[in-house]
Design a protein around this ligand. Structure first.
Ligand code: NAI
Ligand code: MG
Length: 489
């Protein structure tokens, strides 16, 4: 996996390999700001090698003749390996992202579940007999799309990779995976076990590098059939434009500014807890973060006070400490980006708690859990994705007001509604323009249920049967049952 110089190599065609340029780049532990590892950098040349390998494995390699049963076994093997190696994987994820170890363990557990789910689903994708009027047997067959380019972010590095690898492999696709440049380490740990799990060379290739020089060449490559991307809306838009040249299938899971809506009749303790959990889990680096907290005016002041008091008790600390509930944000870039929004927020709204660097740490990208209130929904901190531990609390007057504010955003990934009144809660659910809506909870994610956004939060759905559908083509087969010539001429 590592070269003589100690840099993590690329994984192409079943081999650990170096690159043409000789360039490497560092990845960091965001809690100490120290270099964790050096990574061999892939550019267009290495992307081409990876794509060619994936293409061969799909067109003529053993994957072309693989059966759903054989793919299921490989995915079960991978899941078993992930469970067996849960501790080292979770520790690596935690060291590289800064997330608390208890969350890192949850992520890796979820990775195993995703592989298990799609191992099971691999053998349960039937075709159809179409009820045509012609004297024919008409079939719809499901076939893999081909070579899939998988571009993933740094907030849930191995989990986001698994959300894409598992359905792609179950469907019979081959893959070129590009982890985020900040967090490539757990994907490479996984690659060590590909051969043992039974994955033939070339079926999954991993290239590490930066967006423009390594991600874009995957999107441009004429031999790639599909792109699955999770990341910023801005990059998502550039991917759609670039993919248009070769008309690739594209699925996108992008940003959000998800409303977490609290009515006065909701359970009080559960609400305060849910408001904090919705925005502060994983340092707020969550696509579905409940970053706009909408609170009914009759409970608004008390709610802000209670949230602020409880936010001050959130235990920031070393990511490897089991008591830690918030670590540093992932990188210097992210720290600077979030800090710039703290400054913007001070000019736009009032501060209930936090608002700056967590000064008890002299190293690491720690930011205090921050709550702005009296935020107008037109403020930048209410409209733009911050992707850090920063909440914007907005008061509302009644049900229609809550729905109007909730939907007044370019995004539509997630939303949550808290109330004991099921009529009101379900009325609101129906009106929310978002792909995922929770009632009296926020953030639970189940591999069996669809995940994806409305509006500018993306296209397509991951997880569940929807997730595998995005890696499948549909072939119509028309089998003539009349032995007579057509007889037209
Ligand atoms: P990003 O969207 O630039 O990066 C995500 C992935 O896309 C990485 O693997 C990156 O190398 C790749 N990428 C970047 N530019 C590319 C290009 N032109 N072509 C192909 N691939 C490309 O996200 P970044 O810069 O790390 O974070 C910026 C903001 O994006 C965050 O503050 C957050 O608001 C949002 N974001 C949203 C995520 C989500 O889960 N929805 C995940 C990560 C970031
Ligand atoms: Mg970027």
């Amino acid at each position: 996996m590592q070269s003589e110089q100690g840099a993590y190599q690329l994984y192409i065609d079943g081999q650990w390999v170096g690159n043409q340029s000789g360039k490497t780049f560092p990845v960091y532990d965001p809690s100490t700001e120290e270099v964790l590892a050096d990574i061999v950098e892939a550019g267009a040349y290495e992307v081409d090698l990876a794509v060619q390998a994936a293409r061969r494995a799909f067109d003529s390699g053993p994957w072309a003749s693989s059966t759903p049963q054989s793919r299921a076994r490989i995915l079960f093997n991978l899941a078993a390996k992930v469970r067996e190696q849960l501790t080292p994987l979770a520790e690596m994820e935690t060291r590289n992202t800064g997330k608390p170890i208890v969350e890192g363990e949850g992520d890796i557990e979820a990775v195993a579940e995703v592989f298990e789910y799609y191992a099971g689903l691999a053998t349960k994708i039937p075709g159809l007999v179409n009820p045509v009027s012609a004297n024919a047997l008409s079939l719809s067959l499901k076939e893999p799309i081909g070579v899939a380019g998988l571009i993933v972010p740094w907030n849930y590095p191995l989990l986001m990779a698994a959300w894409k690898l598992a359905p792609a492999l179950a469907a019979g696709c081959t893959c070129v995976l590009k982890p985020a440049e900040q967090t490539p380490l757990t994907a490479m740990m996984l690659a060590q076990w590909f051969e043992e799990a039974g994955l033939p060379p070339g079926v999954v290739n991993i290239v590490n590098g930066f967006g423009e020089s390594c991600g874009a060449p995957i999107v441009e490559h004429p031999l790639v059939d599909k792109i699955a991307f999770t990341g910023s809306t801005e990059v998502g838009k550039s991917i759609v434009k670039l993919a248009a040249n070769t008309l690739k299938r594209v699925t996108l899971e992008l940003g959000g500014k998800s409303p977490n809506i609290f009515f006065a009749d909701a359970d009080w303790e559960a609400s305060i807890d849910g408001a904090l959990f919705g925005i502060f889990i994983n340092q707020g680096e969550v696509c579905s973060a409940g970053s706009r907290i909408l609170v009914e005016r009759s409970i608004y002041s008390k709610f802000v006070e209670a949230m602020a008091a409880k936010a001050k008790t959130i235990r920031l600390g070393a990511p490897m400490d089991r008591e830690t509930r918030m670590g540093p944000v992932v990188s210097k870039d992210q720290y600077d980006r979030v800090s710039s929004y703290l400054a913007i927020g001070r000019g736009e709204a009032r501060l209930a708690s936090g608002g700056g660097r967590a000064v008890q740490f002299d190293k690491g990208y720690y930011i205090e859990p921050t709550i702005f209130y009296d935020v107008d929904n037109s403020a930048r901190i209410a409209r733009e994705e911050i992707f850090g531990p920063v909440a914007a609390v907005i008061p509302f007057d009644a049900e229609p007001d809550a729905v109007r504010i909730a939907n007044d955003t370019p995004y539509g990934l997630a939303a949550a509604v808290w109330s004991r009144d099921i009529y009101k809660a379900f009325r609101v659910v129906k009106q929310l323009r978002a792909g995922i809506v929770w009632v009296n909870h926020m953030q639970p994610t189940c591999v069996e249920a669809p995940w994806g956004g409305y509006k500018q939060s993306g296209t397509g759905r991951e997880l569940g049967p929807w997730g595998i559908e995005e890696y499948l083509e549909t072939k119509q087969v028309h089998i003539n049952l009349s032995e007579k010539p057509i007889g037209w001429y």
